[in-house]
Design a protein around this ligand. Structure first.
Ligand SMILES: [Zn+2]
Length: 666
């Protein structure tokens, strides 16, 4: 079998089709679906992105994952078997058949069934995806058999603010577009390797000895893979230094995105603006969250009268070239299938535990000669929202790791104690008849805080008061309810009984003045998290003057933001607690709780060390740790710790550094 896989990789795609077909035949024969090769009745074969697509006139083979997976194992290529035109129903007929087969509780209507005419697939948006698939996949199988269309089932969000409808329209409109691009991407991925040279270079383009504009280029003799292309926070360091890479955007084979945060994903549309037409790989949750954040980013720029670096067309192009790879939380190792993204690079995503859909990237280069794990933002501890990051990989030689909390003791908040304090602070204010404002990052922190409050109420630690949610946190929460497969086991279990995001006392604010005027004990979760614009500022202005109220910060406050200033007032005497806001002088009488750090979605200092220890212990071959995404002082501190504790080589690159990945060990 290994020989077969090797032969496929070394032949141009057209010649390797024979091998792919014979693997399919063997698989079908094993499962009793073919006796002779002709029984496959294949009419077309071509690569579409990383997958090989085969069309057949044999109904039993269409969408048959057992056959496809068995065959894929032999040649190490992903396969999808679709129905030939002859056995496919027209979309109009197919809709009727599908609606007859799906039970009403699935929440599907003719408007939520969308055909990908170019690729002969059908997307079904459902309230209950499980009901579309049926027990043991029975209904799905029947849909395929009766319509010849493979259904891709997508969960609808449980709350549907207007902007979400708009975002989903963009996503559905892009369905089926870019097929020609996908085919040429496919031929590019499956092209033969030319060079046997074993050099692997990593060029750091941003986020090295700094935080922001995360980006690195992985170069093998045959391919160029870019991981992340984020926006910088500081003036003069806004853009990753792609100019240092010495290649044009169209020379890239693939872009891989770890997660939706703007400092990792924010500038990917810029690559499309400058002519890149290749794929960008990410999870489905990252696709939706990144779309939300980017759309907001260019809208905000327009409102402020500045020119955003890219347009909504560039965002649309990004969506059209997005190839979704989801890791599976039900698997023990929380990973995705292995995917070819270049002739000598294979990609696997693992859970990173940082935000919804965030991924740790495993790159397998050459024939197992080098394995790189890129743990950009990750959390090596369970949270109420997500499972902790994966640490078990098939092999790792180079671990590239974030170092946000690399600074030793000062970066080691105790999570349990901090959460207890958070609940206590809320309780105290509500019982005194006050209102609590929690400025929160829209993606992740808002939902995590909401869940802590949910459990606080359920366990009777805080009174059951109205919880207002305002700002982009609303759309971000909606996206969480559409991707529950990425949530923690505990929440997935809970959601079978009760939906913590839609319970009665939660109000997704549509009328802000009502929410501002509300004068009974209540909690407000509003973005943005640093009082740096967004509705949280309006609530702050409203609540600040009453000593019964409280403002609780739950994340890092960047210097220069209103949040950082207000937070610094916590320990000041009342006469010094003055905030000047829009010509108004506000005396802050409300109590202030400075950032509760234990809620962080990054690994704390001891979690980072534990991660290195576990990756070293659980995986063969770890030789070196590369530290990125941190303040230089913290990175130096962490490097010393790792060297002295584990005796590993540690590299601390700067922007522009080129690292030759452990050549000496071959
Ligand atoms: Zn992040």
């Amino acid at each position: 079998m290994e020989d077969e896989a090797k032969a496929v990789r070394e032949l141009p795609i057209k010649e390797s089709i024979k091998l792919i077909l014979s693997a399919l035949y063997e698989a079908a024969k094993e499962l009793g679906l073919a006796e002779r090769f002709e029984d496959l009745r294949i009419t077309q074969v071509y690569p579409e992105g990383p997958a090989i697509v085969l069309y057949t006139k044999r109904r039993e083979l269409v969408g048959n994952d057992d056959v496809a997976k068995r065959a894929a194992k032999r040649v190490k290529k992903r396969m999808e078997i679709r129905a030939d035109e002859e056995i496919r129903e027209d979309p109009e007929e197919a809709v009727e058949i599908i609606l007859r087969l799906i039970p009403p509780e699935a929440g599907v209507s003719e408007h939520t069934i969308i055909f990908d005419k170019e690729r002969d697939l059908v997307y079904i948006f459902a309230e209950e995806p499980g009901a579309v698939i049926g027990p043991g996949g029975e209904i799905r199988k029947r849909i395929i058999k009766k319509t010849g269309r493979i259904p891709k089932v997508i969960k609808k969000p449980d709350i549907v603010p207007e902007k979400i409808l708009f975002l989903y329209r963009i996503i559905t409109q892009s369905i089926g577009t870019g097929k020609d691009d996908l085919i040429s991407i496919g031929f590019r991925i499956h092209r033969p390797r030319i060079y046997k040279d074993r050099n692997v270079r990593i060029v750091f383009l941003g986020g090295a000895n700094e935080v922001g504009r995360s980006s690195m280029l992985i170069q093998t003799p045959n391919s160029n893979v870019l991981v992340d292309f984020g926006l910088g926070l500081a003036q003069g360091r806004m853009f990753p230094r792609i100019d240092l890479a010495g290649i044009a955007p169209e020379e890239l084979d693939a872009v891989v995105l770890t997660h939706a945060h703007m400092d990792h994903s924010g500038l990917i549309p810029l690559l499309y603006k400058f002519g890149y037409r290749g794929p960008v790989y990410m999870t489905s949750a990252t696709r939706d969250l990144a779309l939300l954040l980017r759309t907001d980013y260019i809208e905000l720029a327009r409102r402020l009268g500045t020119i955003p670096p890219y347009s909504s067309e560039d965002i649309l192009k990004t969506i059209q070239h997005t190839i979704v790879i989801d890791y599976n939380m039900r698997r023990e190792d929380m990973r995705s299938d292995v995917t070819d993204i270049a002739p000598d690079v294979r990609l696997t995503f693992y859970n990173a535990g940082h935000i919804l859909g965030s991924a740790i990237v495993h790159l397998h280069i050459g024939d197992g000669m080098h394995n790189i794990v890129i743990a950009q933002d990750f959390r090596y501890a369970d949270s109420v929202l997500l499972e902790k990051a994966a640490a078990i990989f098939p092999r790792v030689e180079t671990l590239i790791m974030e170092t946000t909390y690399g600074g030793g003791k000062e970066d080691d908040p105790r999570r349990g104690r901090d959460i207890a304090r958070f609940i206590k602070e809320i309780k105290e204010t509500l019982e005194n008849g006050g209102r609590v404002l929690i400025p929160a990052l829209s993606v992740g922190r808002a939902q995590e805080v909401l869940l802590h409050i949910y459990y606080g109420i359920k366990r009777k630690r805080i009174p059951d008061v109205p919880v207002f949610i305002d700002g982009m946190a609303i759309e971000a929460t909606a996206i969480h309810t559409a991707h529950t497969e990425f949530l923690s086991k505990g929440i997935r279990r809970l959601m079978r009984r009760e939906n913590p995001f839609t319970r009665e006392n939660i109000i997704y604010v549509s009328n802000r003045s009502e929410a501002l005027e509300f004068d009974k004990p209540s909690i407000i979760i509003a973005s943005n998290g640093m009082l740096n614009g967004g509705p949280s500022v309006e609530y702050f202005v409203r609540l600040a003057k009453d000593p019964k109220n409280k403002i609780i910060f739950v994340s890092y406050q960047a210097p220069g933001t209103l949040g950082a200033y207000v937070s610094s007032l916590a320990s000041k005497p009342p006469e010094h607690r003055i905030v000047n806001y829009m010509d108004e002088e506000i005396k802050v009488e409300a109590k202030i709780v400075p950032p509760i750090r234990g809620l962080t979605s990054h690994s704390t200092f001891s979690e980072l060390l534990k991660y290195v220890e576990d990756v070293h212990k659980f995986n063969k071959g770890l030789r070196e740790v590369v530290l990125v995404h941190g303040d230089p002082k913290k990175i130096r501190y962490m490097a010393r710790e790792i060297r002295s504790r584990f005796g590993l080589e540690v590299i601390t690159p700067n922007v522009g550094s080129i690292h030759k990945a452990v050549r000496s060990f071959w």
